[in-house]
Design a protein around this ligand. Structure first.
Ligand SMILES: Cc1cc2nc3c(=O)[nH]c(=O)nc-3n(C[C@H](O)[C@H](O)[C@H](O)COP(=O)(O)OP(=O)(O)OC[C@H]3O[C@@H](n4cnc5c(N)ncnc54)[C@H](O)[C@@H]3O)c2cc1C
Length: 363
């Protein structure tokens, strides 16, 4: 079993007060009134229904790598998603569709698909957390997003009390978003991915990855090479979990890259005229996705910038806010996030938005 989850479970339900810091990659978060681990889709539905019957709020938590939980914790039931495994549900000469249980460790899945010669997830190597959480914010990295391979999501619809299949076209996938993000309505039970039978990666789209692989953008490379290079690049930025490295005690990128309309982008260029061209990627409809890391750095918040009480910007990546251990608290982390957001706004007039889901805390 991968060590992706802070607290490995053996299948036995854990109950009673528990500090959620043990279950988040930030290692922050106060107690939950009740903690219930679910090891199958049926059990996930059952635990959610039981909490609803008790009239308690429900928080679904898997790898805890994209949540910031307040120091007060959660006054209800936290359902820990611990279902595992995947199986082929359809295949033809060119493609394989796998159904993956929500609690399957994401990177174990990526490794398994690469071993089998299935292409489509390789650039998402090293992203922490569970397979079931990947549709929530349309997980993406190095030019790939899960929206490209997900064909459907099986979910428990809490509004209607039934298990439903949601086709990818109805998931509302967008940059770090979907209909599932910030919504309590759906609990993802399993996700279907259609992958291509190929020893080669998809076309490499990300310039930094192409350079590291010594190929041109648009080239394809052996799957194992793509994985190894992505893992190396990520490790250099503290973006692969490492229990011994506080630079990885984070939620990855704390802010999304702001997407600006043409007019707002021109205003930014004016305000940044003394700093050169702000790095950006063109989007549909003339929008520009601007590098949040650049904005933060140029607003005076460099790598290692300290916040209050044992929190700081990672020494390896400007976008990661980290717990340095000791007296760190969620209050300190959100104070640092606020300082950065306000500083970037004062300097550039651009508002940064948090990427993780904030629970019982706010910036
Ligand atoms: C070091 C590091 C690097 C990262 N790099 C990337 C990256 O490159 N790209 C990227 O996109 N993200 C990245 N992330 C963020 C994170 O890993 C992903 O968003 C991941 O998919 C979260 O999975 P999780 O299981 O940890 O979700 P959790 O943190 O447990 O949950 C996140 C949210 O999803 C909800 N949720 C979780 N499971 C379910 C479910 N089964 N049904 C319904 N809701 C659910 C939770 O309620 C919560 O709102 C990184 C995080 C870290 C710590």
């Amino acid at each position: 079993m991968s060590d992706v989850y802070a607290e490995p479970t053996t299948g036995a339900a854990l109950t009673g007060p528990a500090t959620l810091a043990r279950y988040t990659t930030l290692r922050l978060g106060g107690p939950a009134a009740r903690l219930d681990a679910a090891t199958s889709a049926e059990e996930i539905v059952q635990k959610v229904q039981q909490a609803e019957a008790r009239d308690e709020p429900v928080l679904v938590l898997a790898g805890g790598s994209n949540v910031v939980i307040g120091d007060q914790g959660f006054p209800g039931t936290v359902v820990l998603i611990r279902s595992r495994g995947f199986r082929v549900i359809a295949e033809d000469a060119d493609t394989v569709t796998v159904r993956v249980e929500a609690g399957e460790a994401w990177d174990d899945l990526v490794a398994a698909t690469i071993e089998r010669g299935w292409s489509g997830l390789e650039c998402l190597s090293g992203v922490p957390g569970s397979a079931g959480a990947t549709p929530i914010q349309n997980v993406g990295a190095y030019g790939q997003e899960v929206a490209e391979t997900i064909t459907a999501v099986q979910a428990y619809d809490r509004t209607h009390g039934e298990v439903v299949r949601i086709a990818a076209a109805d998931c509302g996938f967008a940059y770090r978003g979907s209909i599932f993000k910030y919504s309590d309505r759906w609990v993802v039970l399993s996700v279907d991915f259609r992958l291509t039978r190929s020893p080669l990666s998809g076309p490499v789209r990300y310039a930094e990855l192409a350079r590291a692989l010594d190929v041109e953008v648009g080239d394809r490379v052996p799957l194992a090479d793509a994985r190894a290079t992505v893992l190396r690049l990520r490790a250099g930025k503290g973006m692969v979990l490492d229990a011994d490295d506080p630079d990885t005690w984070s939620v990855g990128s704390f802010f999304t890259n702001p997407v600006l309309e043409q007019e707002a982008y021109e205003l930014l260029r004016e305000r940044a005229a003394d700093l050169g061209e702000p790095p950006s990627w063109p989007g549909a409809g003339g929008v520009a996705k601007v590098s949040a890391a650049w904005l933060i750095d140029k607003a005076g918040f460099g790598k290692g910038h300290p916040g209050p009480e044992g929190v700081a910007i990672s020494s390896k990546h400007t976008l990661a806010l980290t717990n340095r251990g000791g007296t760190a608290s969620t209050a300190a982390l959100v104070a640092l996030a606020r300082e950065i957001r306000d500083g970037v706004h004062d300097r550039f007039g651009v508002t940064l938005h948090p990427e993780p889901v904030l629970i019982n805390c706010t910036i």
